[in-house]
Design a protein around this ligand. Structure first.
Ligand code: TEU
Ligand code: CA
Length: 561
């Protein structure tokens, strides 16, 4: 398989608002990131993906951009950005920018013009339609953040489409001028020396012509836009164009965020012969468990997780490339969701999850604080939430439609809400976890006295030290990057076991996802009794013939014939 630096890299995602505040206003900023580059270097990661730092009115924390070539005031200046980029590069760290171009902010100059009148040269930059008789929106699509996907605009008495908030109007990618504007802006950042793009909801940029009504599920308030918006008719054409005009001209890491993607679609986005993107984020393993609605407290099914991840592993092997993640800024904390965040098992299960993920084929992504085993926040009331997805869902489901009970829904938010991932990074045990000297924009998790970076950097047995070791292993063992994958113990609801193979090497990965001891059932030909233990979260030193795994135990054994 062809080698590439972005296959060998580990990416670390920074959510700047919550990473490090350098000036005491309670909001993380770019100078704060620069201060902590040595921490990331110590961890051993290669690439930083920065969630958006562009000018924004912050309806959706920077995912609503009003100027793509300016830095958000709260985060600092373009000089701060240039300095951060320089300092990162000086340490051998690359910077990947978030590219949010399915939509802009409604405060972007393009939209300010577009809404003025129907003849405006920017009118066709966005998706405007007439309503149906009787103040009915053009179709029945619901936005991802509650309510209709259409907003009526008084000035021209027409509706504009917004798949996300009302302040995030969708760009019209069918307009060639829009595409050229986006490509221009991308080249501008590339010329600055950035190292790649994470492309926000890039699977949603091409809508089916005619914008047909979506199917209405039982009890749903809006129609399902999925088939008409995700992986739409021209998305691959537009990405090939982007690749030809921008991406292929620089040495970049590119990852598309692609809601609704299937393995077959992913082959088109990431296929080595397709000339679109390096890899995509798929969501089946984090969202696919939800039959109807993400607001539930259902536990994760390991069988299902294994089935999904294995399908992606084998599906893309040799054809395209996987990205590997259990958390990001839109997901709850991985140790709370897939592991066990009790005092007894938090560290053990955080290490197990990391092992399971980093030994798969693909590029691993570490979300800030995951390397410390940071947990979900104990939210109990609405005033603690900041995320518009959560706040809008409460308004729609409790206050307007009375479909849900307040306490029950808040329990679901506590379990699944995006704010779990957005509480401040826990640097040390001083006030506000060392994140800010001011008042943090969102509450600090009360467990920061025991869960923080400073303590873990000094402790060779910490989750942080374990991540360091995992990341280093990847650099010394090409089988971790390039080996193929086979699932073992397929029917076990408790153990995730797999074997990787490359030439005369074997890598056996054994993970117990439960708090009980589990018996193993590994075929003789893939057991590696003579192998070397590369890493273990119980300090296991000899491979031998392992018969059982202790609670949340993980072990990786490497053998060369
Ligand atoms: O997320 C896209 C997306 O699909 C999310 O709506 C995701 O499904 C949801 O957050 C899970 O509840 C991207 C960004 O990652 C997210 O932060 C933005 O809010 C969104 O796009 C709009 O830009
Ligand atoms: Ca600040």
């Amino acid at each position: 398989m062809e080698k590439a630096w972005w296959k060998e890299a580990v990416v670390y995602q920074i959510y700047p608002r919550s990473f490090m505040d350098s000036n005491g206003d309670g909001i993380g900023d770019i100078a704060g990131i620069t201060q902590r580059l040595d921490y990331l270097k110590d961890l051993g990661i290669d690439v930083i993906w920065l969630s958006p730092v562009y000018q924004s009115p912050n309806d959706d924390n920077g995912y609503d951009i009003s100027d793509y070539r300016a830095i958000m005031k709260e985060f600092g200046t373009m000089e701060d950005f240039d300095e951060m980029l320089k300092q990162a590069h000086a340490r051998g760290l690359r910077i990947v920018m978030d590219l949010v171009v399915n939509h802009t902010s409604d405060e972007h100059q393009w939209f300010v013009e577009s809404r003025k009148n129907k003849e405006n040269p920017y009118r066709d930059y966005y998706i405007w339609r007439e309503g149906k008789a009787g103040d009915v929106p053009p179709n029945n699509w619901g936005s991802c953040f509650s309510g209709s996907a259409w907003q009526y605009d008084e000035a021209t008495k027409m509706y504009y489409l917004h798949m996300f908030s009302r302040k995030q109007p969708d760009l019209n990618w069918d307009n060639e001028t829009v595409r050229e504007e986006v490509f221009d802006m991308m080249r501008w950042w590339c010329e600055k020396g950035i190292d790649g793009f994470r492309m926000d909801v890039i699977s949603m940029i091409s809508k089916v012509e005619g914008l047909p009504d979506g199917e209405m599920a039982d009890g749903a308030l809006y129609g399902d836009f999925g088939p008409y918006v995700c992986n739409g008719p021209h998305v691959h054409q537009y990405l090939k164009e982007m690749n030809e005009k921008v991406l292929s001209r620089y040495d970049l890491l590119t990852v598309g965020e692609t809601p609704g993607v299937t393995v077959d679609e992913a082959k088109k986005y990431t296929g080595y012969d397709q000339h679109e993107l390096n890899m995509v984020f798929q969501f089946e393993h984090v969202e696919g468990m939800d039959e109807e609605n993400k607001w539930n407290t259902r536990p994760v099914s390991l069988l299902r997780l294994k089935r999904i991840l294995s399908r992606w592993q084998t599906g893309l092997h040799g054809v395209g490339w996987n990205s590997l993640f259990f958390s990001n800024h839109d997901q709850p904390r991985s140790v709370s969701r897939f592991g066990n965040d009790s005092d007894e098992y938090r560290e053990r299960s955080a290490k197990m999850l990391a092992t399971c993920l980093h030994m798969l084929e693909g590029t691993p992504y570490v979300y800030q604080g995951e390397e410390l085993g940071m947990c979900n926040y104990p939210f109990t009331e609405m005033s603690q939430f900041r995320d518009l997805e959560t706040i809008n869902a409460y308004r729609e489901l409790v206050e307007e439609s009375h479909k849900r009970e307040p306490e029950e829904l808040i329990r679901c938010f506590q379990h699944r809400g995006r704010d779990n991932a957005r509480t401040p990074m826990q640097w040390d045990d001083s006030v506000n976890a060392g994140f800010t000297t001011g008042t943090p924009w969102i509450g600090v998790n009360p467990n920061y006295k025991s869960v923080n970076a400073k303590a873990q950097q000094q402790d060779s047995d910490s989750v942080f030290s374990y991540y360091k070791k995992l990341i280093r292993l990847r650099k010394g063992h090409d089988i971790i990057v390039y080996g193929d994958y086979k699932l073992l113990m397929e029917e076990s609801p408790s153990v995730f076991a797999y074997v990787r193979a490359l030439g005369d090497q074997k890598l056996l990965v054994l993970c117990n996802f439960t708090s009980e001891e589990q018996a193993l059932d590994i075929p003789a030909e893939v057991r590696c009794p003579e192998g070397e233990v590369l890493i273990s979260n119980y300090g296991r030193e000899q491979a031998g013939d392992i018969q059982t795994l202790r609670p949340y135990e993980a072990v990786v054994i490497w053998q060369k014939q």
